[in-house]
Design a protein around this ligand. Structure first.
Ligand SMILES: [Cu+2]
Length: 247
C-alpha cells in the first residue's frame, strides 16, 4: 500500500508551515512593537478644581497637575527608591514622580512644577522664553515673567505635537529656573537634603483630543550631541507623554 505523501500533499504541508511561520513572525513583531510602545510610567490625571473665565471670555473647566524636577532619579520617585533600581543611572536628573500626563480636551490646565536642580546655560536662548501659556507668562516664586535669562535655566518643559495632520496643535515652552550653587550646597553635601527649590506655575488651554509629547530642551544629558545624549534620549526622565482626552 502506498503510504508516502503525494507531491500535492507535500505542497499543502509546505504552504501550511509557511503560513504558521508567517503568523508567528507577525505575532512576534506585533508583540515586540507593543512591548516597545507600552508605557511603563504611571499616568497623572489632571484634577478638576472648578471653572474659570479666560481672556477670550469663555468659561473653561479648570484642571491642575503638579510635578517636580530633581537632580537625581531617586528623589524623583519615578524610578524606584534605591541606587540600583533606577536602571543604573543614579546621576541622571528626572522629572517625578510623573512623566506621563492625561489632560481633558478644551480645558484650562494649570501646572505647578517644583524644581530642585542646578543648571548652567541653554544651547539656544529661544527656550528661555515662555511660549504658549495663558498670557504668555509663567509665575516663578510669585513673580510673572515672559522669559528667564538663558544662563539661569535648569531644565525646560517643552510640550509639542506628534507629526500628524489629524489633531489640534499644542505647543508650550516653559524654562525652569536653576537653583544656584549656594542653593544646591546642602544637596551636594547630602543628596537626601533637597534645596528649597523654586515654584513654577503656568496655565494653557487644551484644544481637541490628541497625543502629544514633552521633553526638556536644556542640555542636561552627557557630552554627546552637545548635552543631548544619555538621559535626554531615554523616555521617562526628561521626556514623557501628554494625552488630551475627551471628558
Ligand atoms: Cu533636562
Amino acid at each position: 500500500m502506498e503510504t508516502s505523501t503525494t507531491p500535492q500533499a507535500k505542497k499543502s504541508i509546505g504552504a501550511l508551515v509557511a503560513i504558521v511561520l508567517g503568523i508567528g513572525v507577525v505575532a512576534g513583531v506585533g508583540f515586540t512593537l507593543h512591548k516597545v510602545s507600552a508605557d511603563p510610567q504611571p499616568k497623572l490625571y489632571a484634577t478638576k478644581i472648578g471653572t474659570i473665565v479666560a481672556a477670550d471670555g469663555k468659561t473653561y473647566n479648570h484642571y491642575t497637575i503638579a510635578d517636580s524636577v530633581y537632580a537625581d532619579p531617586i528623589n524623583s520617585k519615578a524610578h524606584g527608591t534605591c541606587a540600583t533600581c533606577d536602571g543604573g543611572h543614579p546621576s541622571w536628573p528626572s522629572y517625578g514622580p510623573y512623566t506621563d500626563f492625561v489632560l481633558p480636551a478644551h480645558s484650562y490646565v494649570t501646572v505647578t512644577l517644583t524644581v530642585y536642580d542646578g543648571g548652567i546655560k541653554l544651547n539656544t536662548p529661544y527656550f528661555a522664553s515662555i511660549v504658549g501659556t495663558v498670557g504668555g507668562t509663567a509665575n516663578f516664586d510669585g513673580v510673572d515673567k515672559t522669559n528667564l535669562a538663558p544662563d539661569g535655566v535648569e531644565h525646560t518643559f517643552t510640550l509639542h505635537g506628534l507629526p500628524t495632520s489629524t489633531q489640534d496643535p499644542l505647543f508650550v515652552n516653559v524654562p525652569l529656573p536653576m537653583n544656584t550653587d549656594a542653593e544646591m550646597k546642602a544637596y551636594n553635601a547630602d543628596p537626601t537634603k533637597l534645596p528649597i527649590g523654586h515654584k513654577v506655575t503656568f496655565s494653557f488651554i487644551t484644544q481637541g483630543a490628541g497625543h502629544y509629547v514633552w521633553n526638556c530642551e536644556y542640555p542636561c544629558g552627557d557630552s554627546t550631541y552637545q548635552g543631548f545624549g544619555a538621559v535626554m534620549g531615554q523616555l521617562g526622565y526628561m521626556s514623557g507623554k501628554v494625552t488630551v482626552v475627551n471628558g
